[in-house]
Structure formats: structure tokens, C-alpha cells
Design a protein around this ligand. Structure first.
Ligand SMILES: NC(=O)c1ccc[n+]([C@@H]2O[C@H](COP(=O)([O-])OP(=O)(O)OC[C@H]3O[C@@H](n4cnc5c(N)ncnc54)[C@H](O)[C@@H]3O)[C@@H](O)[C@H]2O)c1
Length: 370
């Protein structure tokens, strides 16, 4: 198959859809890979490294789309890319169709086959191509939180791990899923006293078994949250209710229970945030202060560490990309239900129910197009 790797042009996107290691894997199966010049530059991969792995470098995004049967990307195509997409071209990338009606219509009109990372789903309902970014964001939440606890950043001026004779900081993690687990591990590793709250007793049992002794688990409810936020130095919001807006576990009036200089890192900001006063920020201007509480609410945290994020993402996407390249999308989806769940748009039709429902558009069963 002929594969194209365009340079991401969405604002602030520094990741790339395939690494030189991925090119080498594709070459093993005799696939032909074209990479747009400088596509990997912001992630730390040069054109020379891609060439060495067996790719051909193309000068423009137009050529890259024109030559490829399959495009592997990171972000959804933006408007200037719509017209570059050919009928029956396979696009393997994040789409998040339910948040953009124009994108949905554009992909239907172009006749593209859109396999969305975010809906590839395992039998246990986990989302293997979202997990790596949650892992990055969870670990980063503590790194950022520790920085903003410093006085010059308007934090309390407390060192996360303390020092001998001085107690460490208290970290509260709301939600013990992927983000919460990684955040708790990082905070515990730095020596903080960590509380994880979740509504799932089963999840709390598991966390209680695997976490080090400086992490305790507490059931998430209004009463317990009110008590815990008064003590916490750093609070990480990591709650997710699939398909719904995050619940406001900390409301505006609860900020007054917290001590000045407390830092809140609301990772769940992309789903509306679990702190009422959270609104999305950017890496250029990541924080703001309300009632002396430092809010960090960057909606695209992994974007700040593109080297790690690209490797983490492509580790997860490459095995699926190889199946698509080796078998073609129809056979690959017929033989792998995880991939089949990723199909959102094909032959000008919506084949993923949630997307059709989001825009009140017709939906057809995915099996009818395979
Ligand atoms: N800002 C970013 O850059 C970024 C990056 C990656 C992920 N995220 C977001 O982080 C959030 C968490 O993602 P995840 O992968 O960890 O999800 P997950 O599904 O693995 O975990 C969510 C957890 O929240 C728990 N939960 C639900 N309601 C709760 C409540 N009322 N109190 C406490 N816990 C509750 C669930 O039981 C679950 O364990 C999502 O909104 C995700 O989109 C943001």
C-alpha cells in the first residue's frame, strides 16, 4: 500500500502520525511510505532519519495527499486539507466527529474512509488509542502541579516531596482511571501524601492493592470531597463519565474552603472539567487565578511533550496501521472488531451511531459496507 504522512498543520500540534521506526516496519511488508518534509521535525525526527528508514520525502502537503492510498495523521484534517482528500482514501487519525459538524459533512462529501483513533475499542470497552495520551497527561499533571505550587508561580510555595524534617505536600486526585492512576504514581514517587477518590469501589480496591503506602483511596462523594480539598495542596481533576460532560465535583463556592495558593490541574477540562471554575487554557498561557486558587486547565497537555507523545501514540497505533496496510481496510475491519469500531464515515455515509446522533444525520450499519 502507498502511505502518506503529512505534516500536522493544526495550531500547536507538534506530533506526527508515524515515526522512522514505523516507516521501517511498513517497509518490512513492502509498503511504500511518503513523508512530507519536516513532518517529524517538532517531534524530534529529521527528514534524514525518515529517509534512512526507507521513506521518500515529498515537498508539499498536496503531493503527500495525492499519492497516498492511506494517510496516517494525528489530528483531524482542518479546512484547508478537505479538498486534498480523494474519494476512497483511507484516513487513520483522531477525528472527534461529534464535536465538528462541518468536518463530518466534508468527509462524507469527499468520500473518504475515516477510521477514527478515538473509537477503536477493545472487547473490554477500553479505548487503546486514547490511553497513551491519558498516560502522558496524568504524569504531566504532577510535573505541572509541582511547578505551579512554587511561590513565583503564585502557588503556596511548598515542595511536593518535602525534605527531612518537613512534611511533603498533600495531593488529591479526583478519578482513579488512567489519568488518575498515572498522576498518583508520579506524586507518590516524588514523596507526596496522595489521596485518590473514585466512585467505583472495584477501582478503589484495585488501586489500594497496587499503590505504594503513601497513597490512600477514599470513596468520592460530596462530603469527602469537601473535607479533602481543605487539606490538599494540589488537586488533579481526572474524572470521566463516557459520553457525558464531566460532573462539577468542586463548585465555585467550595473554593473558599481551600487554602490560598492551592493548585488545581483539571485534566478533564476537555470534557468540561470537574471543577466549576475551570475553563480551557493553552500552553502559552496555562494558568489563571480565581479566589487565590491557581487553575491549570490546558486542554491539550500532551502537546507540550511531542517527543514522548508521538512515541506513545504510535506505539499504540502502529499495530493497527499495519493491519490496515497489509489487508486493506475492509478485510482488516472484517477480521478485527476493534478496528471495525473505529470506522466512522465511509462511502459518503456515517457508520458510527454516536456521530449520526450528534448531528441528526442518517446512520447505516457498518457491516453493510464491508
Ligand atoms: N487535558 C488533556 O490534555 C487530556 C489528555 C488526556 C485525557 N484527558 C481527559 O482526562 C479525563 C480522564 O481520562 P481517563 O483516561 O483517566 O478516563 P478513565 O475512564 O480511565 O477514568 C475516569 C475515572 O473517573 C471515575 N469517576 C467517574 N465519576 C466520578 C466521580 N464523581 N468522582 C470520582 N471519580 C469518578 C471513573 O470511575 C473512572 O475511574 C477525560 O476527560 C479525558 O478526556 C485530558
Amino acid at each position: 500500500m502507498t502511505i502518506g504522512i503529512p505534516k500536522e498543520i493544526k495550531n500547536n500540534e507538534n506530533r506526527v502520525g508515524l515515526t522512522p521506526a514505523g516507516v521501517a516496519e511498513m517497509k518490512k511488508y513492502n509498503h511504500v511510505v511518503y513523508v512530507q518534509t519536516n513532518a517529524g521535525e517538532s517531534s524530534g525526527f529529521s527528514d534524514a532519519e525518515y529517509e534512512e528508514a526507507g521513506a521518500t520525502i515529498l515537498v508539499s502537503i498536496e503531493e503527500t495527499y495525492a499519492i497516498a492510498e492511506m494517510i496516517i495523521k494525528v489530528k483531524e484534517p482542518i479546512e484547508s486539507e478537505y479538498n486534498l482528500i480523494k474519494k476512497d482514501q483511507l484516513l487513520f487519525t483522531y477525528f472527534h466527529f461529534a464535536s465538528s459538524e462541518p468536518l463530518t459533512h466534508a468527509m462524507m462529501e469527499r468520500g473518504a474512509v475515516c477510521l477514527a483513533y478515538e473509537t477503536v475499542e477493545k472487547l473490554d470497552r477500553s479505548l487503546p488509542l486514547l490511553v497513551p495520551m491519558s498516560e502522558v497527561a496524568g504524569r504531566m499533571a504532577i510535573q505541572q502541579g509541582a511547578k505551579y505550587l512554587e511561590k513565583p508561580q503564585k502557588g503556596k510555595g511548598i515542595l511536593l516531596g518535602g525534605v527531612p524534617g518537613v512534611p511533603p505536600a498533600k495531593v488529591l486526585v479526583l478519578g482513579g482511571g488512567i489519568v488518575g492512576t498515572q498522576a498518583a504514581k508520579m506524586a507518590a514517587g516524588l514523596g507526596a501524601r496522595v489521596v485518590i477518590m473514585d466512585v467505583s469501589l472495584q477501582r478503589l480496591r484495585h488501586l489500594s492493592d497496587i499503590m505504594p503506602p503513601n497513597v490512600i483511596t477514599i470513596m468520592s462523594n460530596y462530603y469527602n470531597i469537601r473535607e479533602a480539598i481543605a487539606e490538599a495542596d494540589l488537586i488533579v481533576g481526572a474524572v470521566l463519565i463516557p459520553g457525558a460532560k464531566a460532573p462539577n465535583l468542586i463548585t465555585r463556592d467550595m473554593l473558599k474552603l481551600m487554602r490560598p495558593g492551592t493548585v488545581v490541574v483539571d485534566v478533564a477540562v476537555d470534557q468540561g472539567g470537574c471543577i466549576e471554575t475551570c475553563k480551557p487554557t493553552t500552553h502559552e498561557n496555562p494558568t489563571y487565578i480565581i479566589d487565590d486558587i491557581v487553575h491549570y486547565c490546558v486542554a491539550n497537555m500532551p502537546g507540550a511533550v511531542p517527543y514522548t507523545s508521538t512515541l506513545a501514540l504510535t506505539n499504540a497505533t502502529l499495530p493497527y496501521a499495519l493491519q490496515l496496510a497489509n489487508k486493506g481496510w475492509k478485510k482488516a475491519c472484517l477480521e478485527n472488531d476493534e478496528l471495525k469500531k473505529g470506522l466512522n464515515v465511509a462511502n459518503g455515509k456515517i457508520v458510527y451511531k454516536g456521530v449520526a446522533e450528534a448531528w441528526g444525520l442518517p446512520f447505516i450499519e457498518v457491516n453493510t459496507i464491508l
